[in-house]
Write a protein of this length. Structure first.
Ligand code: URA
Length: 422
C-alpha cells in the first residue's frame, strides 16, 4: 500500500477497503505513515466521511493496535459509562460507586481534561493521597473487592487512538463524527466492558452543539458497540448550561460527595440516577433500583472504599483556593441563560484545566454558581464565584464570562429534564 493512494481515495470520495484501513492505522502507529500524511487523511475523512462498515473496520484496527483487557474472571457483570464531555460533568464520581452498590463491577478507565472540559482524574487528584495509575492486576483486584475503579487508561489500550487524537487536536480534525466515534469506542471496547452506556451531550459546552449532530454521533457509537458485541445504549443530554453548581476540581469532588450523601443539585442527581438505571439494566440487573442504593447510603460506602483503595483519604479536607472573586448579578430578574462553554473556559483559565498536555492543574481552581437558569436573582447578589491560587488569572476568566448570561423579566424556556432523549 501507499499512503498517498489511501489519502487520494478518500479525497476523491471513495470507500476505503478493509485492507487499506488496517494498513494505514497500523503503519501510522508504527511510524511508517508520516504525521503529515495521517493529518491529510484525517481531513479527508472529516470532509468526506466514512460509511458504517469503514468506521467499524477503523475502530477494529485501532483496537488491534494495543492490548485488550478481560474482565471475564470477575464474579459480577461489568458496565461502564462514557460521556462525550461537558462542563461541570462530575457524574462519573457518584455514578461508579452507585452502580457498584447495585452489584455491577464498574471499570471506569478515564482521561485528563484538555481544553474547556475537565478531566475526571484531575478532579479526583484533588483528594489528598489518591492515585490514578493502577496496574491491570490492581484494577481486577479492586473490581472484585470494591466493585468500582476510576483510574487512568493505561498506554496499552488503543495506542493508535492516542497518537491520532494528539494529531487531530492540532490539525483541526477533532470534530469528525467517524473519528470521534471510533476514538471513543476503540478505547471502551479494548477495555473489555460487558456493557456500555453513553452520555452524548448536545449544547454550547459539548463537542456537538446541535441535537441532530449529537444524535448522529450516538447512533454511530451504538452501532459500533453492536458490531463489537458490547451491549451499548446512549442517552442524549443537555450541555447548554453547566451540570450542577460547580466546574473545576475540588469543587466538583465536594458536590459529588453531597450527591452521595443524599443532597446535591437536582440535575446532577437526576442524571446520575438515569445513567445508573441504564447501566444496571444493560448489565442484566433491572431488578435493583439505584435510587434506593443512593438514598440508603450504600453508594457512599462504596465511594469511601473506592477512594481509600487508591490511597485517598475520604475524610481529608479538600484544598481551598488562595483567592476568590465574586461576580454579582447586575440587575433583578430571572436568570435566562448561563452558557456552559463560557463557564468551562473560565474554570480552565482559573487553572482547573491545562493548555498544554502534561501541565499541572490547580486542585482548588474552579467556578461555583450561585444561580442556575430559571432562578430569580436580585441586583448585587453573588452570581458566580471564581476560585484560583493565582489571582492574575481572574481578569481572563471574567473576560470569558462576558455576555455568558442573561437576566430578564420572563421565565426562560428550559428543557424539562437534563435527559433529552434515549
Ligand atoms: N473523546 C475521545 O476520546 N475522542 C474523541 O475523538 C473525542 C472525544
Amino acid at each position: 500500500f501507499d499512503a498517498v493512494d489511501v489519502i487520494a481515495a478518500k479525497r476523491d470520495r471513495h470507500r476505503l477497503s478493509p485492507e487499506q484501513i488496517d494498513w494505514v492505522v497500523d503503519a501510522y502507529t508504527r511510524g511508517v505513515v508520516a504525521p503529515e500524511q495521517m493529518s491529510a487523511l484525517a481531513m479527508a475523512i472529516l470532509l468526506n466521511g466514512m460509511d458504517r462498515s469503514e468506521i467499524s473496520r477503523w475502530t477494529a484496527a485501532m483496537i488491534a493496535s494495543g492490548e485488550r483487557m478481560d474482565f471475564s474472571s470477575l464474579s459480577r457483570p461489568t458496565s461502564d459509562k462514557h460521556s462525550t464531555g461537558g462542563v461541570g460533568d462530575k457524574i462519573t464520581l457518584p455514578l461508579a460507586p452507585l452502580v457498584a452498590a447495585c452489584g455491577i463491577a464498574v471499570p471506569q478507565l478515564s482521561g485528563r481534561g484538555l481544553g474547556h472540559t475537565g478531566g475526571t482524574l484531575d478532579k479526583l487528584e484533588a483528594i489528598p493521597g489518591w492515585r490514578a495509575d493502577l496496574s491491570n492486576a490492581e484494577i481486577l483486584a479492586q473490581l472484585e473487592d470494591v466493585g468500582a475503579v476510576i483510574c487512568a487508561a493505561g498506554s496499552g489500550l488503543a495506542p493508535a487512538d492516542k497518537k491520532l487524537y494528539a494529531l487531530r487536536d492540532v490539525t483541526g480534525t477533532v470534530e469528525a463524527i467517524p473519528l470521534i466515534a471510533s476514538s471513543i469506542m476503540s478505547k471502551k471496547i479494548a477495555e473489555g466492558t460487558g456493557s456500555l452506556v453513553l452520555d452524548v451531550k448536545a449544547g454550547s459546552g459539548a463537542f456537538m452543539k446541535e441535537l441532530a449532530q449529537a444524535t448522529e454521533l450516538a447512533e454511530t457509537m451504538v452501532a459500533l458497540g453492536k458490531d463489537a458485541g458490547v451491549h451499548t445504549v446512549a442517552l442524549l443530554t443537555d450541555m447548554s448550561t453547566p451540570l450542577g453548581l460547580t466546574a473545576g476540581n475540588a469543587v466538583e469532588v465536594a458536590e459529588s460527595v453531597e450527591v452521595l450523601a443524599g443532597g446535591g443539585p437536582q440535575d446532577v442527581v437526576d442524571l446520575t440516577v438515569a445513567l445508573a438505571r441504564e447501566m444496571v439494566a444493560a448489565a442484566g440487573r433491572s431488578d435493583v433500583d439505584p435510587a434506593e442504593a443512593l438514598a440508603d447510603g450504600r453508594a457512599m460506602d462504596v465511594w469511601r472504599r473506592m477512594i481509600a483503595a487508591q490511597g485517598g483519604d475520604p475524610d481529608a479536607a479538600l484544598p481551598a483556593p488562595k483567592e476568590t472573586h465574586v461576580i454579582m448579578a447586575p440587575s433583578d430578574g430571572v436568570l435566562g441563560r448561563l452558557d456552559a462553554l463560557a463557564v468551562g473556559v473560565a474554570a480552565w483559565r482559573l487553572g482547573a484545566g491545562r493548555s498544554r498536555p502534561g501541565e499541572q492543574v490547580q486542585a482548588a481552581a474552579g467556578v461555583v454558581l450561585h444561580a442556575k437558569p430559571g432562578d430569580t436573582v436580585r441586583a448585587g447578589q453573588p452570581l458566580i464565584e471564581l476560585h484560583t491560587d493565582t489571582p492574575e488569572r481572574f481578569a481572563r476568566a471574567e473576560a470569558a464570562l462576558e455576555g455568558a448570561f442573561d437576566i430578564g423579566a420572563d421565565a426562560p424556556d428550559l428543557p424539562a429534564s437534563v435527559v433529552l432523549g434515549r
